[in-house]
Ligand binder design. Structure first.
Ligand SMILES: NC(=O)c1ccc[n+]([C@@H]2O[C@H](COP(=O)([O-])OP(=O)(O)OC[C@H]3O[C@@H](n4cnc5c(N)ncnc54)[C@H](OP(=O)(O)O)[C@@H]3O)[C@@H](O)[C@H]2O)c1
Length: 339
Protein backbone atom coordinates (compact mmCIF):
# COMPACT_ATOMS: atom_id res chain seq x y z
CA UNK A 1 0.00 0.00 0.00
CA UNK A 2 0.99 3.67 -0.34
CA UNK A 3 1.62 5.92 2.66
CA UNK A 4 2.81 9.54 2.87
CA UNK A 5 5.95 9.86 4.97
CA UNK A 6 7.56 12.92 6.49
CA UNK A 7 11.03 11.96 5.22
CA UNK A 8 12.77 14.79 7.13
CA UNK A 9 11.61 17.95 8.89
CA UNK A 10 11.24 20.68 6.28
CA UNK A 11 9.16 22.09 3.40
CA UNK A 12 6.14 20.35 1.81
CA UNK A 13 8.25 18.35 -0.67
CA UNK A 14 9.75 16.39 2.23
CA UNK A 15 6.35 14.68 2.40
CA UNK A 16 6.67 11.70 0.04
CA UNK A 17 4.59 8.67 -0.93
CA UNK A 18 6.30 5.33 -0.28
CA UNK A 19 5.25 1.68 -0.63
CA UNK A 20 4.92 -0.15 2.67
CA UNK A 21 3.33 -3.42 3.80
CA UNK A 22 -0.36 -3.30 4.57
CA UNK A 23 -0.76 -3.49 8.39
CA UNK A 24 -2.83 -6.12 10.16
CA UNK A 25 -4.93 -5.38 13.23
CA UNK A 26 -3.65 -6.42 16.65
CA UNK A 27 -6.02 -7.44 19.43
CA UNK A 28 -8.58 -4.67 20.02
CA UNK A 29 -7.80 -2.98 16.71
CA UNK A 30 -9.58 -2.58 13.37
CA UNK A 31 -8.02 -2.27 9.92
CA UNK A 32 -9.63 0.51 7.88
CA UNK A 33 -9.44 1.07 4.11
CA UNK A 34 -9.04 4.85 4.04
CA UNK A 35 -11.39 6.88 1.82
CA UNK A 36 -10.72 10.48 2.93
CA UNK A 37 -8.12 12.20 5.12
CA UNK A 38 -8.79 15.45 7.02
CA UNK A 39 -5.79 17.80 7.03
CA UNK A 40 -4.91 19.70 10.19
CA UNK A 41 -2.48 22.54 10.82
CA UNK A 42 -0.83 20.17 13.31
CA UNK A 43 0.22 18.06 10.28
CA UNK A 44 2.13 21.07 8.92
CA UNK A 45 3.75 21.75 12.30
CA UNK A 46 4.66 18.05 12.61
CA UNK A 47 6.35 18.14 9.20
CA UNK A 48 8.24 21.26 10.28
CA UNK A 49 9.34 19.44 13.45
CA UNK A 50 7.79 21.99 15.83
CA UNK A 51 4.77 20.01 17.02
CA UNK A 52 5.06 18.77 20.61
CA UNK A 53 5.58 14.99 20.79
CA UNK A 54 6.24 14.59 17.05
CA UNK A 55 8.24 11.40 16.20
CA UNK A 56 11.60 11.48 14.44
CA UNK A 57 11.35 11.14 10.61
CA UNK A 58 10.65 9.03 8.74
CA UNK A 59 7.08 8.67 9.99
CA UNK A 60 3.63 8.51 8.44
CA UNK A 61 1.83 11.78 9.17
CA UNK A 62 -1.85 12.48 9.79
CA UNK A 63 -4.37 12.55 12.62
CA UNK A 64 -7.83 11.78 11.20
CA UNK A 65 -9.55 9.97 8.37
CA UNK A 66 -12.70 8.14 7.32
CA UNK A 67 -13.08 4.80 5.58
CA UNK A 68 -14.46 1.27 5.62
CA UNK A 69 -13.57 -1.46 8.14
CA UNK A 70 -11.77 -4.24 6.31
CA UNK A 71 -10.76 -6.52 9.20
CA UNK A 72 -11.40 -6.60 12.93
CA UNK A 73 -8.81 -7.86 15.41
CA UNK A 74 -9.45 -10.24 18.30
CA UNK A 75 -11.95 -9.10 20.93
CA UNK A 76 -13.47 -6.34 18.84
CA UNK A 77 -17.24 -6.43 19.10
CA UNK A 78 -18.12 -2.83 18.31
CA UNK A 79 -17.38 -3.01 14.55
CA UNK A 80 -17.61 -5.50 11.71
CA UNK A 81 -16.20 -5.71 8.18
CA UNK A 82 -17.92 -3.20 5.88
CA UNK A 83 -18.79 -0.64 8.58
CA UNK A 84 -18.25 3.02 7.61
CA UNK A 85 -16.16 4.83 10.24
CA UNK A 86 -14.20 7.95 11.07
CA UNK A 87 -11.11 7.49 13.20
CA UNK A 88 -8.29 9.28 15.00
CA UNK A 89 -4.64 8.35 15.31
CA UNK A 90 -1.60 10.09 16.75
CA UNK A 91 0.20 10.26 13.36
CA UNK A 92 -0.23 7.53 10.73
CA UNK A 93 -3.45 8.62 8.96
CA UNK A 94 -1.82 9.46 5.59
CA UNK A 95 -2.07 5.91 4.24
CA UNK A 96 -4.31 3.67 2.15
CA UNK A 97 -4.88 1.37 5.13
CA UNK A 98 -4.64 2.23 8.82
CA UNK A 99 -5.05 0.17 12.01
CA UNK A 100 -6.49 1.92 15.07
CA UNK A 101 -7.79 0.81 18.44
CA UNK A 102 -11.51 0.23 17.99
CA UNK A 103 -12.28 2.83 20.66
CA UNK A 104 -10.62 5.53 18.55
CA UNK A 105 -13.15 4.98 15.76
CA UNK A 106 -16.83 5.82 15.51
CA UNK A 107 -19.59 4.93 13.08
CA UNK A 108 -20.41 7.26 10.19
CA UNK A 109 -24.12 7.55 9.33
CA UNK A 110 -25.09 6.18 5.89
CA UNK A 111 -26.11 9.56 4.50
CA UNK A 112 -22.83 11.26 5.50
CA UNK A 113 -20.10 11.31 2.83
CA UNK A 114 -16.56 10.14 3.66
CA UNK A 115 -15.39 13.65 2.86
CA UNK A 116 -17.68 15.24 5.45
CA UNK A 117 -16.79 12.52 7.98
CA UNK A 118 -13.08 13.30 7.56
CA UNK A 119 -13.81 17.01 8.10
CA UNK A 120 -16.06 16.65 11.13
CA UNK A 121 -13.58 15.32 13.69
CA UNK A 122 -10.62 17.30 15.00
CA UNK A 123 -11.74 20.81 14.01
CA UNK A 124 -15.23 20.51 15.53
CA UNK A 125 -13.98 18.72 18.66
CA UNK A 126 -11.43 21.53 19.09
CA UNK A 127 -14.12 24.21 18.79
CA UNK A 128 -16.43 22.25 21.10
CA UNK A 129 -13.73 21.72 23.72
CA UNK A 130 -12.67 25.38 23.75
CA UNK A 131 -16.06 27.06 23.56
CA UNK A 132 -18.28 24.70 25.51
CA UNK A 133 -16.21 22.58 27.89
CA UNK A 134 -13.59 25.16 28.88
CA UNK A 135 -15.02 28.66 28.28
CA UNK A 136 -18.64 27.61 28.90
CA UNK A 137 -19.69 30.34 26.52
CA UNK A 138 -23.20 31.71 27.05
CA UNK A 139 -25.88 33.24 24.83
CA UNK A 140 -25.31 36.98 24.33
CA UNK A 141 -21.59 36.84 25.17
CA UNK A 142 -18.95 38.27 22.85
CA UNK A 143 -16.46 35.89 21.25
CA UNK A 144 -13.20 36.84 19.53
CA UNK A 145 -11.97 34.13 17.20
CA UNK A 146 -8.66 34.26 15.33
CA UNK A 147 -8.00 32.48 12.00
CA UNK A 148 -11.79 32.67 11.70
CA UNK A 149 -11.98 31.32 8.13
CA UNK A 150 -9.90 28.18 8.82
CA UNK A 151 -11.00 24.67 9.73
CA UNK A 152 -11.41 25.28 13.47
CA UNK A 153 -12.51 28.88 12.82
CA UNK A 154 -15.49 27.97 10.61
CA UNK A 155 -16.47 25.15 12.98
CA UNK A 156 -16.35 27.52 15.97
CA UNK A 157 -18.45 30.15 14.16
CA UNK A 158 -21.15 27.59 13.40
CA UNK A 159 -21.28 26.39 17.01
CA UNK A 160 -21.17 29.93 18.47
CA UNK A 161 -23.87 31.14 16.06
CA UNK A 162 -26.12 28.30 17.24
CA UNK A 163 -25.52 29.29 20.87
CA UNK A 164 -26.53 32.92 20.22
CA UNK A 165 -23.06 34.40 20.69
CA UNK A 166 -21.91 37.72 19.15
CA UNK A 167 -18.91 36.74 17.00
CA UNK A 168 -15.87 38.94 16.30
CA UNK A 169 -13.28 37.33 14.04
CA UNK A 170 -9.96 37.97 12.36
CA UNK A 171 -8.46 36.64 9.14
CA UNK A 172 -5.65 37.68 6.79
CA UNK A 173 -7.66 38.62 3.68
CA UNK A 174 -10.99 40.09 2.58
CA UNK A 175 -11.92 36.81 0.87
CA UNK A 176 -11.34 34.87 4.10
CA UNK A 177 -13.45 37.38 6.04
CA UNK A 178 -16.24 36.80 3.48
CA UNK A 179 -16.08 33.06 4.17
CA UNK A 180 -16.33 33.69 7.92
CA UNK A 181 -19.25 36.13 7.44
CA UNK A 182 -21.07 33.50 5.36
CA UNK A 183 -20.79 31.11 8.33
CA UNK A 184 -22.37 33.66 10.68
CA UNK A 185 -19.53 35.87 11.99
CA UNK A 186 -20.89 39.33 12.86
CA UNK A 187 -17.78 41.57 12.89
CA UNK A 188 -14.66 40.85 10.85
CA UNK A 189 -11.16 42.38 10.95
CA UNK A 190 -8.24 41.85 8.61
CA UNK A 191 -5.45 41.62 11.19
CA UNK A 192 -2.80 42.08 8.50
CA UNK A 193 -4.04 45.56 7.59
CA UNK A 194 -5.99 46.94 10.55
CA UNK A 195 -5.67 47.14 14.30
CA UNK A 196 -8.30 44.67 15.47
CA UNK A 197 -7.82 45.73 19.10
CA UNK A 198 -8.82 49.32 18.37
CA UNK A 199 -11.66 48.19 16.06
CA UNK A 200 -13.16 45.89 18.69
CA UNK A 201 -12.88 48.51 21.43
CA UNK A 202 -14.83 50.93 19.23
CA UNK A 203 -17.47 48.38 18.23
CA UNK A 204 -18.04 47.29 21.85
CA UNK A 205 -17.99 50.85 23.28
CA UNK A 206 -14.93 49.87 25.29
CA UNK A 207 -16.61 46.87 26.96
CA UNK A 208 -14.36 44.28 25.32
CA UNK A 209 -14.68 40.55 24.82
CA UNK A 210 -15.96 37.69 27.03
CA UNK A 211 -14.21 34.75 25.36
CA UNK A 212 -11.12 34.64 23.13
CA UNK A 213 -10.27 31.56 21.06
CA UNK A 214 -6.64 32.01 20.00
CA UNK A 215 -4.58 29.60 17.88
CA UNK A 216 -2.09 32.23 16.69
CA UNK A 217 -0.32 33.53 19.84
CA UNK A 218 2.49 36.11 19.99
CA UNK A 219 1.42 39.70 19.26
CA UNK A 220 -2.15 38.51 18.60
CA UNK A 221 -2.23 37.10 22.14
CA UNK A 222 -0.93 40.37 23.62
CA UNK A 223 -3.67 42.47 21.98
CA UNK A 224 -6.47 39.97 22.56
CA UNK A 225 -5.60 39.53 26.25
CA UNK A 226 -5.99 43.29 26.70
CA UNK A 227 -9.49 43.07 25.19
CA UNK A 228 -10.84 40.68 27.82
CA UNK A 229 -13.72 42.07 29.90
CA UNK A 230 -14.03 41.19 33.61
CA UNK A 231 -15.02 37.50 33.93
CA UNK A 232 -13.48 36.96 30.49
CA UNK A 233 -11.98 33.58 29.54
CA UNK A 234 -8.98 33.20 27.25
CA UNK A 235 -8.51 29.90 25.42
CA UNK A 236 -5.07 29.41 23.85
CA UNK A 237 -4.81 26.27 21.73
CA UNK A 238 -2.11 26.90 19.13
CA UNK A 239 0.86 29.05 18.19
CA UNK A 240 0.65 29.45 14.39
CA UNK A 241 2.52 32.76 14.65
CA UNK A 242 5.86 30.93 14.74
CA UNK A 243 5.40 29.41 11.26
CA UNK A 244 6.03 31.08 7.94
CA UNK A 245 4.96 30.35 4.37
CA UNK A 246 7.89 28.02 3.69
CA UNK A 247 9.00 27.01 7.16
CA UNK A 248 10.11 28.38 10.48
CA UNK A 249 11.65 31.82 10.31
CA UNK A 250 13.69 31.79 13.52
CA UNK A 251 13.89 35.55 13.88
CA UNK A 252 10.17 35.97 13.43
CA UNK A 253 9.46 33.04 15.77
CA UNK A 254 11.61 34.61 18.49
CA UNK A 255 9.88 37.97 17.99
CA UNK A 256 6.45 36.36 18.38
CA UNK A 257 7.51 34.38 21.44
CA UNK A 258 8.96 37.50 23.06
CA UNK A 259 5.73 39.41 22.24
CA UNK A 260 3.70 36.95 24.31
CA UNK A 261 3.05 38.67 27.65
CA UNK A 262 4.14 36.99 30.86
CA UNK A 263 1.02 36.68 32.94
CA UNK A 264 1.40 37.21 36.65
CA UNK A 265 -1.29 35.10 38.44
CA UNK A 266 -2.28 37.71 41.09
CA UNK A 267 -3.22 40.05 38.21
CA UNK A 268 -5.66 37.47 36.92
CA UNK A 269 -7.31 37.47 40.36
CA UNK A 270 -7.81 41.22 40.59
CA UNK A 271 -8.92 41.50 36.95
CA UNK A 272 -11.30 38.52 37.21
CA UNK A 273 -9.88 36.71 34.19
CA UNK A 274 -9.34 33.09 33.27
CA UNK A 275 -6.70 31.51 31.02
CA UNK A 276 -7.02 28.02 29.55
CA UNK A 277 -4.62 26.11 27.35
CA UNK A 278 -5.26 22.78 25.71
CA UNK A 279 -3.99 20.33 23.13
CA UNK A 280 -6.30 17.46 22.16
CA UNK A 281 -3.25 15.46 21.03
CA UNK A 282 -2.48 14.92 24.71
CA UNK A 283 -6.11 14.08 25.57
CA UNK A 284 -6.11 11.24 23.06
CA UNK A 285 -7.16 8.61 25.59
CA UNK A 286 -10.18 10.55 26.94
CA UNK A 287 -12.31 8.29 24.81
CA UNK A 288 -15.57 8.63 26.74
CA UNK A 289 -15.41 12.43 26.77
CA UNK A 290 -14.81 12.65 23.01
CA UNK A 291 -17.50 10.07 22.29
CA UNK A 292 -20.01 12.22 24.15
CA UNK A 293 -18.87 15.38 22.37
CA UNK A 294 -19.01 13.57 19.00
CA UNK A 295 -22.58 12.43 19.70
CA UNK A 296 -23.57 16.07 20.20
CA UNK A 297 -21.77 17.10 17.00
CA UNK A 298 -23.47 14.32 15.00
CA UNK A 299 -26.83 15.49 16.35
CA UNK A 300 -26.07 19.08 15.32
CA UNK A 301 -24.99 17.85 11.88
CA UNK A 302 -28.28 15.95 11.56
CA UNK A 303 -30.20 19.11 12.47
CA UNK A 304 -28.19 21.13 9.89
CA UNK A 305 -26.79 23.33 12.71
CA UNK A 306 -23.23 22.53 11.67
CA UNK A 307 -21.82 21.62 8.26
CA UNK A 308 -18.10 21.34 7.51
CA UNK A 309 -16.81 23.88 5.00
CA UNK A 310 -14.58 21.90 2.64
CA UNK A 311 -12.42 24.59 1.08
CA UNK A 312 -10.22 22.34 -1.08
CA UNK A 313 -10.01 18.74 -2.23
CA UNK A 314 -6.92 16.84 -3.38
CA UNK A 315 -6.10 13.34 -4.52
CA UNK A 316 -3.70 11.28 -2.40
CA UNK A 317 -0.75 11.67 -4.80
CA UNK A 318 -1.02 15.48 -4.33
CA UNK A 319 -1.04 15.46 -0.52
CA UNK A 320 2.18 17.54 -0.31
CA UNK A 321 0.45 20.28 -2.37
CA UNK A 322 -2.53 20.09 -0.01
CA UNK A 323 -0.20 20.72 2.95
CA UNK A 324 1.53 23.53 1.05
CA UNK A 325 -1.85 25.25 0.62
CA UNK A 326 -2.62 24.89 4.34
CA UNK A 327 0.75 26.40 5.26
CA UNK A 328 0.36 29.27 2.75
CA UNK A 329 -2.49 30.90 4.75
CA UNK A 330 -4.50 30.93 1.54
CA UNK A 331 -6.79 28.04 2.47
CA UNK A 332 -10.19 28.35 4.07
CA UNK A 333 -12.35 25.75 5.78
CA UNK A 334 -11.05 22.20 5.85
CA UNK A 335 -8.78 20.60 3.26
CA UNK A 336 -9.72 17.00 2.47
CA UNK A 337 -7.59 14.45 0.62
CA UNK A 338 -9.53 11.68 -1.14
CA UNK A 339 -7.77 8.33 -1.18
N1 LIG B 1 -4.74 22.50 20.61
C1 LIG B 1 -5.44 21.66 19.87
O1 LIG B 1 -5.89 20.61 20.32
C2 LIG B 1 -5.71 22.03 18.45
C3 LIG B 1 -6.52 21.20 17.65
C4 LIG B 1 -6.77 21.60 16.32
C5 LIG B 1 -6.19 22.76 15.82
N2 LIG B 1 -5.39 23.51 16.63
C6 LIG B 1 -4.79 24.75 16.13
O2 LIG B 1 -5.85 25.53 15.62
C7 LIG B 1 -5.40 26.28 14.50
C8 LIG B 1 -6.34 26.01 13.36
O3 LIG B 1 -6.15 24.70 12.89
P1 LIG B 1 -6.73 24.25 11.48
O4 LIG B 1 -6.22 22.88 11.23
O5 LIG B 1 -8.18 24.52 11.44
O6 LIG B 1 -5.95 25.25 10.48
P2 LIG B 1 -6.54 26.50 9.67
O7 LIG B 1 -7.14 27.46 10.62
O8 LIG B 1 -7.37 26.00 8.55
O9 LIG B 1 -5.18 27.08 9.08
C9 LIG B 1 -4.31 27.79 9.90
C10 LIG B 1 -4.62 29.28 9.85
O10 LIG B 1 -3.87 29.93 10.88
C11 LIG B 1 -3.73 31.28 10.52
N3 LIG B 1 -2.37 31.75 10.78
C12 LIG B 1 -2.06 32.77 11.58
N4 LIG B 1 -0.75 32.98 11.60
C13 LIG B 1 -0.21 32.08 10.77
C14 LIG B 1 1.11 31.82 10.35
N5 LIG B 1 2.16 32.53 10.79
N6 LIG B 1 1.32 30.83 9.47
C15 LIG B 1 0.30 30.10 9.01
N7 LIG B 1 -1.00 30.29 9.39
C16 LIG B 1 -1.24 31.29 10.26
C17 LIG B 1 -4.05 31.39 9.02
O11 LIG B 1 -5.29 32.08 8.90
P3 LIG B 1 -5.20 33.66 8.58
O12 LIG B 1 -4.32 33.75 7.36
O13 LIG B 1 -6.58 34.07 8.33
O14 LIG B 1 -4.54 34.27 9.77
C18 LIG B 1 -4.18 29.96 8.57
O15 LIG B 1 -5.10 29.81 7.50
C19 LIG B 1 -3.95 25.87 14.24
O16 LIG B 1 -3.09 26.82 14.78
C20 LIG B 1 -3.85 24.54 14.96
O17 LIG B 1 -2.53 24.26 15.36
C21 LIG B 1 -5.14 23.16 17.91
Amino acid sequence: MKAAFVTRFGPPETLQLRDVAKPSPAEGQILIAVKAIGLNFADVMSRLGVYPGVPKPPFIAGLEFSGVVEHVGKNVTSFKRGDRVLAFTRQGAYAEYVCVDANHAQPVPKKMSFEVAAALGVTYLTAYHGLITLAKIQKGERLLLHAAAGGVGTAAIQIARHLGVEIFGTASSAQKLDVAHQQGMHHGFNYQTEDFERGIRQRTQGKGIDVVMDSVGGMVFRKSWRLLAPMGRYVLYGFAAVTGRRGINRLRAIKEIVSTPLIYPPNIVSKNLGLFGFNLYFLFDEVEYFRKASRQLMKWYDQAIIKPVVGARYTFDRIAEAQELLQSRKSYGKIVVNV
